[in-house]
Design a protein around this ligand. Structure first.
Ligand code: ACO
Length: 337
């Protein structure tokens, strides 16, 4: 069997909860305002799950659409990679649970825990499987439920709470029928020295016992995400700008050749700074943060699904994915549509 030169996204899908939570809704429980959130982040609303639905249920809906669009049967999927920081249960990972829910039996199933850059890391991993013959059709699912783990206690944690929303997106990655279309190159990075700049510290394997009743919310913010916002912001702008430049350069293109950038959606201002530095026009960058906030690993497949549905990418377009997040981990992928 000859191996494909490139992998390609054969199908995609997304699923978001019905419940819309506006900035005004949030202001009723968190000390914030619609004006502050819109000015600093560009977010107008986000979605929250019904508490009975976790990231597996949402991920399964997105996955079913992606498999159907790829023209495949669920039994054609031979690997599942789930990226999430909000798995349904502590272990096993979402990939095992999704495996069962979709009623399919791929040989390979595992989770990637890389927060906002999770989808990019998973896409790069799927590409390796496809090009080396380790798997033919890889289902990559990004799915997040943040709303059940945010700090809704007044001013505490509000910088993070207003940013996040729930959602899911999925893609099926498989062999490209030609050498021109599909994933051209990717660049991934990590800097663990900044791991504590954006993190959820509890529960921790370093604690004995791991779950301490006195650390339980709402009194103690130990289980809520914390972030040094300005520090992360600065590194996100620098990281995304330089990694986009690098991935384009490596593939022998100029930034001006890019038809569409699909950037992670952490803060609209981050993406505006990146676009400014790269001299990208508004039409070359797709954003949907105003409706969903930051859905971490779900962001890129959700954005891909919406951008394609809106007809903003055409065959032959040069598309650049980029993401930055906790870890820090970041990266970019260049893709011929
Ligand atoms: N509502 C009202 N006021 C607020 C809020 C809020 N939600 N949050 C913070 N403030 C206040 C602060 O208390 C501060 O008040 P002070 O001046 O009286 O001290 C003031 O607003 C300014 O606070 P900053 O934190 O300096 O505000 P900034 O403009 O930096 O915006 C933000 C904060 C939105 C968090 C920004 O720093 C950011 O987006 N950072 C990067 C996020 C990111 O990229 N994350 C990575 C991906 S996420 C992942 O990987 C899991």
């Amino acid at each position: 069997m000859s191996l494909p030169k490139r992998s390609r996204v054969l199908g995609w899908g997304a699923s978001v909860p019905d419940l819309i939570v506006t900035n005004d809704d949030l202001s009723e429980v968190v000390e914030t305002s619609d004006a502050w959130i819109q000015k600093r982040t560009g977010i107008k609303e986000r979605r929250y799950v019904d508490h009975a639905d976790g990231s597996v249920v949402m991920g399964a809906k997105a996955a079913a659409d992606a498999i159907e669009m790829a023209g495949l049967e669920p039994s054609d999927v031979d690997a599942i990679i789930c990226c999430t920081l909000s798995p349904d249960i502590d272990f096993p990972g979402n990939a095992s649970l999704l495996h069962d829910r979709l009623g399919i039996s791929p040989r390979i199933a595992f989770d990637v825990r890389n927060q906002c850059s999770g989808f990019l890391y998973a896409l790069a991993t799927a590409d390796q499987f496809v090009r080396t013959g380790g798997a033919r059709h890889v289902l990559v699912v990004g799915s997040e439920v943040h709303s059940t783990g945010l700090d809704f206690n007044g001013a505490r944690g509000r910088d993070v709470t207003v940013l996040f929303g729930d959602g899911a997106g999925a893609t099926v990655v498989g062999p490209s029928p030609d050498d021109e279309h599909g994933l051209l190159s990717f660049k991934l990075h990590a800097e663990g020295a900044y791991a504590d700049k954006l993190a959820v510290f509890g529960p921790s394997g370093r604690d004995k016992p791991r779950i301490k009743p006195e650390r339980m919310p709402p009194e103690d913010p130990y289980f809520y995400p914390t972030m040094e916002g300005r520090f992360v912001f600065k590194h996100a702008v620098e990281g995304m700008t330089s990694v986009i430049r690098a991935v384009v350069d490596e593939a022998g293109f100029q930034v001006s050749d890019i038809d569409m950038v699909l950037p992670h959606q952490a803060n609209l201002r981050i993406n505006q700074f990146v676009a400014l530095q790269l001299e990208l026009e508004e039409r070359q960058v797709s954003n949907n943060i105003e409706r969903y906030g930051n859905t971490t690993a779900a962001t890129l497949p959700l954005l891909l699904t919406e951008t394609a549905a809106a007809g903003r990418v055409s065959r032959g377009d040069l598309v650049c994915f980029a993401a930055f997040g906790a870890g820090f981990t970041w990266g970019a992928a260049l893709y011929r549509w």
